[in-house]
Design a protein around this ligand. Structure first.
Ligand code: LEU
Length: 287
């Protein structure tokens, strides 16, 4: 449920978040020429994420990392599972693919440092912290790097449909897509109201107030199913989309060769706020 009462567990984990780890992951992911859903680079980057996440959990016997293959294109999604005693499932995900322009292309330059190396790097830091701590999940926690978001949420559509078909009891979904560009001066985290669950959005807001002091949050709308949370929402699962800025103020270099780390200030301080929020969200929802 949405009560907040795990301070003894949550606080030390939140304190473990290190922006420099997020920075290193963004640097690596944005060094691929692109992470397009078709072509060699998008496959290579998926393999890199799978290997990286496998290394983060190598000392955990309760963890598995798998590809979720897609039949219509080569780039697989990546799913890391921390298995708890209960089948109730918490999903924290973001898309791994990047794109240049609306038409993309397997050879164009698309570093996607903010869109969405930042989200995958934020998630990776959460994985590292939970894996390194002695934290034992009660529920099942799944981290996802979706393929093919930029071409119509394709990877997350297949995954959320298959979860629904198998009746997986997903009790909460958090989408991290663009976490490292602070475009709105007086706001740090902006909860998108459309294609999301109001109650869970308010819960995430309360999580921020309690565990990420000094971070200001508010609401806005995408105006369309702007990211993978919409896939889960369409299947009836409660989803939230905490975003880097108000829609109008977001990073306007995305989908170009200029979506570099330098264009997000060259540090990962903004994304670190999202990692703190996500750790606290997972542990509070897990208990
Ligand atoms: N990163 C998203 C996309 O390119 C857009 C953003 C507004 C959430 O699909």
């Amino acid at each position: 449920d949405y009560t907040i009462n795990q301070e003894n567990l949550v606080k030390p984990l939140v304190n473990e978040v290190k922006a420099d780890n997020i920075l290193a992951t963004i640097t690596k992911l944005s060094s691929f020429k692109n992470r397009y859903y078709k072509g060699e680079f998008g496959k290579q980057s998926a393999t890199w994420i799978k290997d990286y996440w496998s290394g983060l959990v190598k000392n955990r016997t309760d963890a598995t990392v798998e590809f979720f293959p897609h039949s219509q294109w080569d780039q697989p999604s990546v799913i890391l599972t921390l298995k708890g005693a209960s089948d109730e499932t918490i999903v924290v995900g973001g898309h791994q693919d990047s794109i240049n322009g609306s038409f993309g292309g397997a050879t164009s330059t698309a570093p996607g440092a903010d869109d969405n190396a930042s989200g995958i790097a934020t998630i990776s830091e959460v994985i590292r912290i939970l894996a390194d701590s002695s934290y034992q999940p009660q529920k099942t926690i799944k981290f996802m790097a979706y393929a093919a978001e930029e071409v119509g949420l394709l990877g997350s559509k297949e995954i959320s449909r298959s979860f629904k078909q198998k009746n997986v009891n997903v009790i909460g979904v958090m989408q991290l897509d663009m976490t490292n560009f602070q475009g709105t001066k007086d706001l740090d985290i902006v909860m998108m109201r459309d294609y999301t669950n109001d109650q869970q959005n308010n819960f995430v807001g309360s999580i921020i107030d309690r565990y990420v002091p000094g971070v200001k949050w508010g609401f806005d709308k995408c105006g369309y199913g702007c990211s993978d949370h919409a896939s889960w929402h369409s299947q009836g699962y409660p989803a939230s989309m905490p975003f880097e800025a108000k829609m109008n103020d977001m990073n306007h270099n995305i989908h170009t060769a200029r979506d570099t780390l330098a264009a997000s200030n060259g540090n990962a301080n903004h994304a670190a706020k999202f990692a703190k929020m996500a750790v606290a969200y997972i542990v509070e929802l897990d208990r």
